[in-house]
Each structure stands twice: as C-alpha cells, then as structure tokens.
Design a protein around this ligand. Structure first.
Ligand code: SF4
Ligand code: SF4
Length: 470
C-alpha cells in the first residue's frame, strides 16, 4: 500500500508533508480472549440498545424520553423537565466513571463499548462474511470491476444500510414511542422530524462504521486527545515489552532467541495486521491505540506457536513494565490517590443522586397566574385572583390532589374538591383564590399554595402573588 504525501516544503532532499492521505486498513480476524470480550460487549450493548425500546413497563415503554409529551420514563421513574437535575447528575456520574476507568485501565471504553467500536466491529464482520478474509478483501479491491465484485460490493452495502437504518430507527425509538413509530413507518405516515432523524442517524452509522472507521477515533473524537491527562505511569495500557522483544528479527521455530542474540519478537507483523487502527504497538504508546487488546491475542498466538511464553504484548503499566512488576504488585498500585479520589467523589455523587431520587416528591406543581384577569370582583362581592396550576403525576397510578392556600385573612380556594390526575400524566387546573372585598390592603401579597396527595401524604408548596387593585 503506497502512501500519498502532499509536500509543502522541501528541506534539502527531504519533503515534509502537512497532509497524509489515509490508507485503507484491512484488519485481519483474530481469535483470543480479548477478541471474545469484544464480541461479548457487542452482544451485550446491542441486546440492550436494540431490545430496550421494545420492553414494556406497566403498559408503557420502559425507557422513553418522550420529547413531545415532555416526559422521561426510565423503568419505574417518571421524570419531568423539572427533574433535569437527575439527568445532569447522571451525565456527571458517567463522565466521572469514564475518568475512573481510564485512570485504572486506559481506553477500556474505546476498545470495548464505544458505539464507534461496536458498529465498526459489526460492519467489519459483515464485510468479512461477504468479501472474505483480509487477503481476499485486498485482492478484491485491487481487481478491476467484474460481476462478482459488483454483486459482493452491492450486497455488502445493502446489509450495511439495513443495519444502519435499523440503528437509526431504534435510536429515534428512544425519543418517540417505538411501536407507534414502527406502525407509522409501515403506513408511511411518519412526521418529518422522526423521518429526518432516522435517516440522519442511519446515515451517520453507515458512514462512520462503514467508511470512516478508525478515522473517527483518530481525528474526530476529542476523548482520544484529552485521555493523556487521565493516564499516569500506573494506568493499565496495551504495551509491547521491548526489553524482551528486541532486537526483533524473523527466524525459524526452535533455537532459543537469546542464543542467537535476538529478542522474542519474530517480526511477523501480525500485531499490525489485526490492529483496527493500523498502528504498530512496538513503536510505543500512541494516541491512535484504542486499547482493544487484539494485538495481545495475535502476539500470544505467535508466542504459543514459537513455544515462547505469552505476554510479549500485554496489558501492563509503564512502571510495571520497566520494573518487571508481578500482577499482584500491579493491582496493588491500582489503589493510588488519583483513583481513590475519583472513587470517593463518584460514590458520594451516586449516593446523593439515589438519596434525592428516593426522597423526591412523587408529583410536581407549576403555578402560573392567569394573565387574562389579574383581579376581579366575583359573585358575592369577593375579590378574586385566578391561577393555573399544572400538576404532574410522577407515579404509575391515578392520584387525587387537594389544593389549599394560606397567607391572607379569609382566603378561600376553589375548587375545594380533590383534583384527579391520571398515572404519569400532567393536568392544568384553574384555581380561584378569593378574599372578602376590602379585607386586604391594596398591593401585591404573598400567598402559599399547598398541594397534598390524598392517601400518600406527600405535599408540595408553591408561592404566588395575590394582587389587590387600588
Ligand atoms: S505479533 Fe508479536 S512477534 Fe509478531 S511482530 Fe508483533 S510483537 Fe512481534
Ligand atoms: S495497538 Fe493493539 S490494542 Fe491498540 S488499537 Fe491496535 S490492536 Fe488494539
């Protein structure tokens, strides 16, 4: 494979390029423990991602961020926009978890769970099944166009587009009820925004996993760039052991490499061929390395064939590699100050989030003044202010709420009978507050609404202003 360099300056006989055209990578399939872990994560993440929107909970979609209804359902939780603090908390917990995992074990997320990794793995599997192994794929790409090549390429792209569209559909199914979305698609009645986002995410999946692949990790993902701030010399990373491997050179199986003055690396290049980002880990830690461990699997296979001990490429730390630490010593270093601080902050945050979720009132109330009539004289000569209360039931059962108010002499509330709000629904209620005319001085007075859940005992208080004209 030739590299195309665009030269910008010439320094003597040397050309220095600013831009290097990317070369297509044909990763070789590899078997081993880390490859199995990667596939286990593909199955697990995709089972959750594709399956969750179809699971029902008490007659509704179990996980649904219903944007149109401005309500989020997560298992038994019903969250309203006022509960955004919990979602923000969840994001902070996710970010901190990422920091913690990265400090302990490098780019575990990138190598095993990132959607870019997972979909690239799925798309490469499809490619392998249709176009064949690495050698066959390289040959096919070099061949001039033929019926066989055309059929294989078309078939591959059709399968890719199918997966990508299903992914886009599933993604949108987290934001609009998936069954209704499916039905609407079958009847070609979808609203334009759903259609747009299904195609948008489908197209993004097709492009990123089918064409961009490792370029997304190398050039687009910010995480690869700031991860170095989270690494230290005790972070587990995929490393090549140069003390053991060098000097590398090809050889036959049999003689002890030390007697030949060689290291254990036989320079087979397998670790480079299996690498999804196409790098040579023997050159040291590089930002392109997503920590997938496939080169570990490949090299261990080679070591086994050569009857050398495994682990020439392995998960290790920089300190551990240099000092030749045992697994026990490595694990001992895991509990270092940075990790302990991340863990403590994370534990506190999770505990705080859970405690506030448990203690949260099972309904919310918004009070809005009726701007059409600020104050008026009602029947019976009483002075009346009208408000609109939005009561949001965050439980899975219909609830009765009683509305009272205090803060002014002789204050009465209408309606005085309980208000019913259906399960996980919200309802606007017009509430009238009255005081005897002349009993309260002119101006704005603070009153407090108390909304009580009948039977449950939960109560919400809201402040409002009662206006008395001059
Ligand atoms: S797979 Fe192992 S032996 Fe082969 S080139 Fe890579 S490090 Fe050397
Ligand atoms: S160098 Fe090894 S661990 Fe890093 S991306 Fe390549 S195969 Fe994966």
């Amino acid at each position: 494979m030739t590299r195309k360099i665009i030269p910008i300056v010439s320094a003597g006989s040397e050309e220095i390029g600013l831009y290097e055209a990317s070369r297509k990578i044909y990763p070789r399939t590899v078997r081993g423990m880390f490859a199995r872990w990667r596939w286990a994560m593909v199955f697990l993440t995709q089972l959750l991602f594709y399956g969750l929107p179809w699971v029902e909970w008490g007659g509704r979609q179990m996980v649904l961020f219903d944007l149109a209804a401005r309500r989020f359902y997560i298992f038994g939780l019903v969250l309203y926009p006022q509960d955004l603090i919990y979602l923000s908390g969840l994001l902070v917990v996710s970010a901190l978890s990422l920091f913690l995992f990265t400090a302990v074990a490098g780019r575990l997320w990138c190598g095993y769970a990132c959607p870019q990794t997972v979909y690239t793995e799925i798309f490469m599997w499809v490619e392998h099944k249709i176009e064949g192994n690495r050698t066959a794929r390289i040959r096919l790409d070099k061949e001039s166009m033929s019926v066989e090549k055309l059929v294989k390429k078309w078939f591959k792209h059709i399968v890719w587009i199918g997966i990508a569209m299903w992914t886009g559909f599933t993604f949108v199914g987290y934001f609009t009820p998936v069954r209704e979305l499916g039905l609407a698609f079958l009847q070609t009645q979808t609203g334009s925004w759903e259609m747009f986002w299904v195609f948008f995410y489908g197209f993004a999946t097709y492009g990123n996993a089918g064409f961009m692949r490792e370029q997304v990790c190398k050039y687009m993902c910010p995480y690869a760039r700031f991860q170095s701030a989270m690494f230290d010399r005790d972070t587990l990373i995929v490393t090549y052991d140069p003390q053991r491997g060098e000097p590398h050179a090809p050889r036959r199986k049999g003689p002890d490499p030390r007697s030949l003055g060689l290291g254990d690396c036989i320079d087979c290049g397998l670790c480079v061929e299996v690498c999804p980002t196409g790098i040579d880990i023997r050159k040291g830690l590089q930002y392109e390395c997503i920590g997938c461990g496939l080169c570990v699997d490949a090299c261990d296979t080679v070591m086994q064939k050569m009857a050398y001990p495994p682990g020439l490429i392995r998960y290790d730390t920089q300190n551990g590699m240099e000092a030749g630490w045992s697994r026990r010593q490595l694990l001992h270093r895991v509990l270092r100050p940075r990790v302990l601080v991340y863990t403590a902050v994370l534990t506190l945050l999770v505990a705080g989030l859970l405690a506030s979720l448990v203690a949260r009132t099972p309904f919310k109330v918004d009070v809005v003044r009726d701007r059409a009539s600020l104050a008026r004289i009602a029947e019976g000569g009483r002075l009346e202010n009208v408000y609109r209360l939005q009561i949001m039931n965050a439980t899975e059962k219909p609830q009765h709420y009683r509305i009272t108010a205090d803060g002014l002499e002789g204050l009465s509330v209408s309606p005085d009978e309980p208000v019913v709000v259906d399960a996980a629904q919200s309802r606007w209620v017009a509430v009238r507050l009255q005081v005897p005319y002349g009993a309260v001085s002119a101006g704005s007075h603070t009153v407090h609404f108390a909304i009580r859940e009948e039977g449950g005992g939960a109560q919400v208080s809201e402040k409002a202003a009662f206006l008395v004209p001059r």
